[in-house]
Design a protein around this ligand. Structure first.
Ligand code: FAD
Length: 589
């Protein structure tokens, strides 16, 4: 029987030696709390959770995947093993771990729950997403923006795992382009009603849903939006202090039209919801929906990075074990240098992803407790990179694991093919990798255009510029700065110096080269931050030196590859884009 905390030396070392608990404990437990006692209790929680995940949840993961979502007479529900997993989580108090104590939770900081999420994702990615989206996410939104009545109505029941919710933003015509949503909220006789359709809603078959809708008629884009809570069932005779259940007297308030058939996170119901005169109650202020959903998305982007870390850890552990046992050409395959290199690359990614996640989680805790603007900017800088690295690099980890398993990698008896399928959702949901890249690069451009001298003083951001590491790290950072200087110089040639000095905003046309190369820049930024984070850890934990050096070497190689691609121009892409745009503008005969 595995314990997913105690069997993982890197995770234990991270908990014992990397986290600044003296800064985290007072945030959640108050200034007088005993740091050592509190940390010891939290460590015990992780050990209990690790035992449950490693022994029970991991054992049921294949069945959760095989059974998928249950569809019965138009009704969508969870499979029995997934229900058992959630029941077990609730019984151990793990569902409400992050919920505030006054609403039945344990009030644990995100830095601790990040360890729990990683271990749960390692055991079963479907269970992890069900726990995150059906309970933690709506609870966090209701706690942040809800009134007292809403908090009392939903939070304690969510913490006990008795009811479940969902968060509905995406629509058939509004995926990455959220501002294009068309679900409306209308006020009639003092009540709000929703009309529209939501697509791809994880756990959308639950008891209620938090919905993003257009609440100010005539508003456009991201203006005029608001969040609403809509219960699935309405029963005027039921106890009003909690959402109604499906009973003979209850009526359906919105329709769960279907759950998608999919090859990834198969246990998690991905639902289409139809709202027709659906009764709903505002969550927060009308017109501030975008702000609310952005805060949710930023938190859940780090959550997706952690999900990636858990899946990567599962794939790495399986590949390490297999490569030590599988003998070909008279030796275990891990002694063949190409396989050894793959395993070392995987180890580096997992350690780097964990370092970045733990750093972002600690920043998130600080920001939630009112940290200064500089801390908030550091979190903002890391968030899309955690999501990007925890998705794209983790896909590579699973791909290597599959390769290490050879033919057995594609056989469903082994768990690697499930990891390979599950991991492919990560670059898509909670903002695709391209959207993360656009976010990271737009922020980077803002910093550079406001302080162009940052590209002369080390740069490109204060966080990276301040890192005092030489060798491969400095070389990688210098290469990225060189690429950015080249892009900025091109912009100045086309748009004039006023643009570069920040006297006017660049047009979409002028920033095209940045947008084309956004994912290359993001990849280099992510590798640089991983190397920085691991090198900082190595100063405290000397055993991390080797993996930190490997990450820095990789950052240098990635930076060079991307710099060459950026310097070689657009490769005809802009001509093709212009041609397609002309085609669209020309009415067909
Ligand atoms: C299993 C699953 C679970 C989900 N759960 C939820 C949920 O619980 N709640 C919810 O609200 N949503 C959920 N989603 C929706 C998910 O967040 C969206 O699928 C995602 O945001 C992408 O939107 P889209 O699928 O419409 O793709 P599109 O936005 O149409 O994108 C298609 C492609 O174009 C690219 N692209 C789009 N715009 C640009 C651009 N400007 N520049 C460069 N490339 C661009 C994208 O990166 C992508 O590669 C879920 C989706 C899935 C598949």
């Amino acid at each position: 029987m595995a314990n997913y905390f105690l069997d993982n030396p890197d995770l234990v070392t991270t908990f014992d030696r990397d986290v600044r608990w003296d800064e985290i404990v007072p945030l959640s437990e108050g200034p007088d709390a005993n740091v050592a006692d509190t940390v010891s209790t939290w460590r015990e929680v992780l050990s209990v959770a690790g035992e449950y995940f490693g022994s029970e949840v991991a054992k049921r993961a294949r069945e959760v995947d095989e059974l998928g979502v249950i569809r019965d007479n138009g009704r969508v529900s969870l499979s029995e093993p997934l229900r058992q997993n959630i029941k077990g989580l609730a019984e151990l108090g793990l569902v409400g771990l992050s919920f505030p104590k006054e609403y039945g939770g344990s009030g644990l900081p995100f830095t601790v729950t990040a360890f729990v999420i990683e271990m749960l994702a390692r055991a079963c990615a479907s269970t992890m997403i069900q726990n995150g989206i059906a309970y933690t996410a709506p609870a966090a939104m209701i706690y942040r923006d809800g009134d007292d009545e809403q908090k009392e109505r939903y939070l304690p029941a969510l913490a006990r795992g008795e009811i479940s919710g969902a968060v509905a933003m995406t629509e058939p015509e509004a995926g990455s382009d959220v501002g294009n949503l068309s679900t409306t909220a209308t006020l009639r006789d003092g009540c709000w009603f929703l009309d529209g359709r939501k697509q791809f809603i994880s756990a959308g078959n639950g008891d209620f849903v938090v919905v993003l809708a257009r609440a100010i008629p005539g508003s456009k884009g991201l203006e005029g939006l608001a969040l609403f809570v809509a219960d699935h069932w309405i029963d005027d005779t039921a106890d009003p202090s909690r959402p109604a259940r499906e009973t003979a007297g209850a009526r359906e308030n919105y329709k769960v039209e279907r759950a998608e058939h999919k090859f990834t996170i198969r246990g998690s119901p991905t639902c289409s919801l139809v709202f027709e005169g659906t009764r709903a109650v505002p969550l927060g202020k009308i017109g501030e929906g975008w702000r609310g959903i952005t805060r949710f998305m930023n938190e859940s982007r780090i959550g997706v990075g952690i999900q990636g870390l858990g899946i990567a850890q599962a794939a790495l552990a399986a590949a390490q074990d297999y490569a030590a046992r599988r003998v070909q050409m008279d030796k275990p395959i891990r002694e063949h240098p190409m396989i050894a290199e793959m395993l070392m690359e995987m180890e580096t990614t997992v350690a780097g992803c964990r370092a970045l996640v733990v750093e972002a989680a600690a920043l998130q805790d600080a920001v939630m407790h009112g940290a200064d603007e500089r801390t908030a900017w550091r979190l903002r800088e890391l968030t899309p990179l955690v999501k990007w690295y925890g998705s794209e690099e983790v896909v590579r980890v699973c791909r290597s694991a599959l390769q290490i398993f050879g033919g057995y990698g594609v056989v469903t008896e082994y768990e690697i093919e499930r990891h390979m399928r599950d991991v492919l959702i990560l670059p898509i949901y909670e903002g695709t990798s391209q959207i993360q890249s656009l976010m990271a690069v737009r922020d980077l451009m803002r910093v550079i255009l406001r302080h162009p001298a940052s590209l002369l003083r080390g740069g490109p951001t204060p966080m990276l510029g301040r890192a005092r590491f030489g060798g491969d790290f400095a070389a990688a950072r210098g290469t990225l700065v060189g690429s950015l200087r080249g892009l900025i110089a091109g912009m100045a040639r086309r748009g004039g110096l006023a643009l570069v000095r920040g006297r006017r905003q660049p047009t979409e046309d002028e920033i095209r080269p940045f947008m084309l190369h956004a994912e290359r820049i993001t990849e280099t930024l992510a590798h640089l931050h991983v190397a920085r984070s691991l090198l900082e850890q190595a100063a405290r934990v000397p055993e991390r030196r080797a993996v930190a050096d490997r990450a820095a070497r990789r950052a240098r190689i990635v930076a060079k590859r991307n710099a060459e691609a950026i310097a070689s121009g657009d490769g005809g892409v802009f001509a093709r884009v212009d041609e397609w745009a002309r085609e669209r503008a020309t009415p067909s005969r």
